[in-house]
Each structure stands twice: as C-alpha cells, then as structure tokens.
Design a binder for this molecule. Structure first.
Ligand SMILES: [Zn+2]
Length: 414
C-alpha cells in the first residue's frame, strides 16, 4: 500500500458513491455561493443546490462542451463565471482559443496514474510535454514527482537532444505521446544506437494521443518498454489511467464520470457507449458536467489489480466523427482497428435504412485479396470491436466511393 494505492482506491462501490455524493453536494453548495455560472444555471432551471445531492441528479444540468466553455470565457473573461470570486488560485494555464484555466496547485494530479504505471523513486523520467503556457508540462511533472520519480523537463526539444539526455542521464522512463517516442527511437537508430541494448528506458506513460495496438506491441516486444496510457482533459485534469492489467482505464478518485447520449445529455444504459462527461470534485473551478466529446463505455467487472474503481473501456473516437447505428456508435478509430486485423483488405462501412431499421453494409473492394477473405472471421472481429453486427458484405468492382471515408451515412430521415 502507498498513498497512491490506498484505502480510497479499494473502497466498496457503495462507499465511493456515498463519498462522491457528499463531495458533489458540497461542490454545488459552494458553487452556488461563489460561482456566477452555477448560480445562473440553477436559477434558470428553477433548481436549488439541495436538488443536486447525488451523481444521478447531475442529469438535471446541461452538459457543457469545450466550445461552450471557451465562448463563456470570451464573454466574461477570464473564467466565464465558473471560478469563485477571490478563489485562491495557484496558477493560470492558457490553451489555444484562448481558454484560461485556473489551477489549484493540485500537485498530485496524475500521480495515481503514474504510480499505477510503475513509476517510483529512482526512476529518471523524460517529460516531453510543453511547459509553455499549457497545463501539460507542469502538471505531468508534478504527478511524476509525487509518484517519487526524478523528472527531466526536456519538453519539446528535438529528438537528437532527447536521445542525448536518455544516454547521458541514464533515463529509465518516458512520458509524452507515442508518436514522439517512436520518433526518438528512430533518431537513436539513425545515430547508430541499439535502443534496447544501449539505453535503459523501460517504462512509458502516454497521454494526449491514442496508442495504436500495433505500436504498443512494437514498444513492448522490440524495445522492451512497458507501456501505459492515461486519459484527461486540460479543463478537468486527470480522468482515468491504466493499471498493470491493461484492461480498461481506472477512473480517478476525484472525478465523477457519466456516459451520456450526446443528443440528449442523459446517461446511457450500463455498458453502452456514449460521450464521457466529467465533473471534477473541487472548490475553485465549478465546471459541472464537462462534455469531453470523447466516446467510451464503462467496464463494470472488478479488476485483478485490486482497485475497485470502475474503468473506461478506452476511447473509441470523437462524438462528431461517430455514426450511430442501432444505438451503438461506430467511429473511424474502431474501423481502423478492424483494418489493422485485416491489413490487406480495403473496405468501407455504409449505413442505410431498410424496413425502418438501420442496415449496415460493408463494401469490400473485389481485388486479388478478395477471395482470401474469411468472411466469418471478419464479421466476428467487426462485431467484437464495434459491437454492431454486419448485415451484408458486398463486393464492389470499382474503387470505394468517397475514398477518404471509412464510414458513410446514407440514411434519410423524414
Ligand atoms: Zn486495475
């Protein structure tokens, strides 16, 4: 046990729910007194703070998108009324927009995620996120520090500098995007090094970019780097992280997560996919129900690592890119994963309406690879990744229409 894998993380589900309800209730109470935004929102809906006392009550409030936060901040700079007057703000970060984010000096933001990824005292970790203006550099830095590691603030320095630091400082870990790590490895090889033999970098924690399964295998098998993913948003901080089981991302202890239907803002049935909506329990920035625009679902089963928090299944894609088919979202990201399993097949999903029902066709280019398709396996893999059954697989002689698109929605609604 450690303070980042403590009683909080092994609480019973009921206990966590009760704790979160109390904290939410206190946040709404305080928000009503200190934040113009919370006051206005509740008043307009005819609600009192005492109407929001449990996670389930959050549905009474609207989901606020990133765009909306920026808009409100533009109208009422700097914080759009979300922040308490005279709040004790430790620092202010700036995201493109600009969006201004007050921070409370939550030095332990991300610490649970880094701890779960195995970062400890004695580790020397490259933090390749920008320290300029944005929250990333500093908040990841402090998370690593809290987990016990020594941090090298290499930021956005070029790959050659990063290779030099890995070599000279005996770097053991990395945090940043997967694409930058592979660029660093490529540079090292170009410089004549054998990355696995010559260097001691054995652990990596990725944020801000999806980790392709094939790239993960390369990092782990070819380069001996144990890889982990974390998930968050600059407006709300850390949201979820992988543990050593690598089967879903544990939801952080200071956030309430809802999975909602983006068209209604209401929670979907357990296990179903929807937009990740986050409420960070705190007493400074009163952003209730922040809509991330990311699609995911909740894994309900217990995790073998011992943490009792629910997990996100990973990020399936963005709300705007997704097409809803028979109640499930299909995203270009999911189709790319299907494509990874069948790298030689060119296909495209076409959604139509037949007999008042969504009909899913997969158009497959009938080239020399076509004969080799194991249609049964294709259907199984597709169903496993997208959770929607294929109605018809259709060979097409010519090339796919609208080639750049992996999914086309041809439904017409009267
Ligand atoms: Zn776990």
């Amino acid at each position: 046990m450690n303070r980042f894998f403590d009683d909080m993380e092994i609480r019973s589900t009921l206990r966590r729910e009760e704790d979160n309800n109390l904290r939410l209730s206190a946040m709404v109470d305080s928000g009503y007194r200190h934040s113009k935004r919370v006051r206005e929102t509740l008043d307009k809906l005819g609600l009192k703070p005492s109407d929001i006392v449990s996670t389930g009550d959050l549905e009474k409030l609207p989901v606020i998108s990133r765009k909306k936060v920026a808009e409100l901040e533009r109208c009422e700079p700097p914080f759009g009324g979300f922040c308490g007057e005279n709040a004790d703000i430790d620092r202010i970060f700036i995201s493109p927009g600009p969006v201004y984010e007050p921070h409370l000096g939550e030095n332990e933001l991300w610490a649970r995620g880094y701890f779960a990824a195995g970062f400890r005292k004695g580790d020397r970790v490259l933090n390749t996120f920008s320290y300029h203006m944005v929250a990333a550099g500093l908040t990841f830095h402090e998370g690593l520090k809290s987990a016990g590691a020594t941090v090298i603030p290499s930021g956005t320095s070029g790959t050659e500098t990063q290779v030099q630091l890995i070599r000279d400082l005996g770097v053991t870990g990395y945090t940043g995007t997967p694409s930058f790590l592979i660029a660093i490895i490529n540079k090292a090889e170009e410089m004549g090094y054998d990355f696995k033999k010559d260097f001691g970098l054995r652990r990596a924690s990725f944020v801000a970019e999806p980790l392709q399964p094939s790239l993960r295998i390369r990092f782990e098998e070819e380069y001996g780097i144990d890889t982990y993913q974390m998930y968050g948003a600059t407006e709300v901080g850390d949201i979820a992280y992988e543990c050593s089981e690598k089967a879903g991302w544990h939801i952080c202890e200071d956030v309430i997560i809802e999975i909602v239907d983006p068209s209604t803002g209401k929670c979907v049935e357990p296990g179903r996919q929807g937009e990740v909506v986050v409420t960070r329990l705190n007493d400074i920035f009163f952003l209730l129900r922040f809509g991330t625009g990311d699609l995911s679902s909740i894994v309900e089963e217990n995790c073998a690592c011992g943490r009792t928090s629910r997990r996100l299944s990973g990020i399936a894609g963005r709300v705007g890119d997704a097409v809803k088919v028979r109640g499930m979202f299909i995203t270009p990201g999911q189709l790319a994963r299907v494509g990874e399993a069948f790298p030689r097949i060119r296909f495209q999903v076409v959604v139509t309406r037949e007999f008042y029902r969504d009909f899913l066709t997969v158009a497959v280019v009938e080239d020399e690879e076509y004969e080799a398709i194991d249609a049964g396996r294709f259907r199984d893999v597709f169903n496993e990744i997208c959770a929607v059954k294929i109605d018809r697989i259709e060979p097409v002689k010519e090339d796919l229409s609208d080639k750049g698109k992996s999914i086309i929605d041809k439904r017409e609604w009267e």
